[in-house]
Design a protein around this ligand. Structure first.
Ligand code: ATP
Length: 325
């Protein structure tokens, strides 16, 4: 059996703008059917990497292969990939069918074939009924799905999505997160998603690559990266509140390590109701512990104190890299 070629492989991709190192030695590999989220704060280099993969930006060093073919020197249209931009970049003068059939047409399909492929793609995203609709007469969520159908219609081995849900309201984002994940699972296409939103990365992608100042600082299965951040900076970026300096290192206290109703009473210094119950801060010798309690757990607070102890086996020591960019 021949080995399965990665849908995407980048080796040492680097790009500088004057003194700014936008991407530095970025190596990624994505198997067919895998979904990878490129996650990181604003300015960390995510879009630069995506643009180099797409062929919209020239790397200073490194290479890009798509489905085993070195495309580093090829223009975007010769790279066989589907692209969905943040603003969708739909053609306003064409209807939905015209937009979606555009890709197959450019790749040499005749009109009948192109429309057939477009219809299949529109079916996939649940928009078959709107083929004749003008782009201007679609909602934001519908435009997003047209953009996705347009990228999918030529059956690319790799789909690149740049902040695909950022222009939508929160309710629609939540719904599309679920729908997109199901669609990716069904398609078997490799997908690279650029996002700065942790929830989006976790909901949409099996793998996560975390970027900081142009470099990938942690990469792996999404559950592993979120569950076991490798450094203090990663933990804080992923929104973990309980990151405490101790003897030159940092201790991470996951909420699952906090056992309520046992151990010493600790002062509660802050309480705020939230949609699940309460966010609470409790003074602890490590520092101020932030806890998200259910309504029932919150009843354990008595006279502004809360009994708790930490399951030491769940605490992790990691390097403190927060000051170093
Ligand atoms: N064309 C350009 N000219 C000069 N500097 C650039 C250019 N494009 C990007 N940069 C710089 O490169 C760095 C990485 O930018 P990039 O857009 O890749 O980050 P990002 O992680 O995608 O950010 P965001 O989430 O805000 O889109 C930033 O410091 C940015 O200012």
């Amino acid at each position: 059996m021949s080995p399965v070629l990665p849908a995407l492989q980048t080796l040492g991709l680097s790009r500088h703008y004057g003194a700014v190192s936008a991407a530095e030695g970025v190596s990624l590999s994505l198997a067919p059917g895998e979904t990878l989220a490129l996650l990181g704060p604003s300015g960390s280099g995510k879009s630069t990497v995506l643009r180099m993969i797409a062929g919209l930006e020239r790397p200073d060093a490194g290479s890009v292969s798509v489905a085993g073919r070195d495309v580093t020197r090829l223009p975007p249209e010769a790279r066989c990939l589907g692209l969905v931009f943040q603003d969708y970049a739909l053609f306003p003068h064409l209807d939905v069918m015209g937009n979606v059939a555009y890709g197959p047409r450019r790749r040499g399909a005749n009109q009948v074939q192109a429309q057939q492929q477009a219809r299949e793609a529109l079916d996939l995203v649940g928009l078959a009924d709107l083929a004749a609709r003008r782009i201007g007469a679609l909602s934001g969520g519908q435009q997003q799905r047209v953009a996705l159908a347009r990228a999918l219609a030529p059956h690319p081995p790799l789909l690149l999505l740049d902040e695909p849900l950022s222009n939508l309201d929160e309710q629609l984002r939540a719904r599309l997160r679920t729908e997109l994940r199901a669609l990716f699972d069904m398609l078997g296409t490799a997908v690279l998603i650029v996002t700065h939103d942790q929830r989006e990365a976790l909901a949409l992608a099996g793998q996560v690559a975390l970027m900081r100042a142009g470099r990938v600082v942690q990469i792996g299965a999404a559950a592993g990266v979120f569950g076991q951040p490798a450094t203090a900076w990663v933990a804080e970026f992923l929104g973990q509140p309980n990151v405490f300096a101790r003897g030159g290192q940092v201790v991470l206290v996951p909420e699952s390590a906090v056992i309520l109703g046992e151990g010493e009473a600790h002062s509660v210094t802050f309480r705020q109701p939230d949609e699940h119950g309460e966010t609470v801060k409790a003074a602890h010798e490590l520092g101020e512990l932030t806890l998200h309690l259910s309504r029932r757990e919150a009843t354990l607070i008595g006279r502004d104190t809360l009994k708790l102890r930490l399951d030491e086996s769940q605490l992790r020591e990691v390097p403190d890299d927060r000051a170093v960019p």
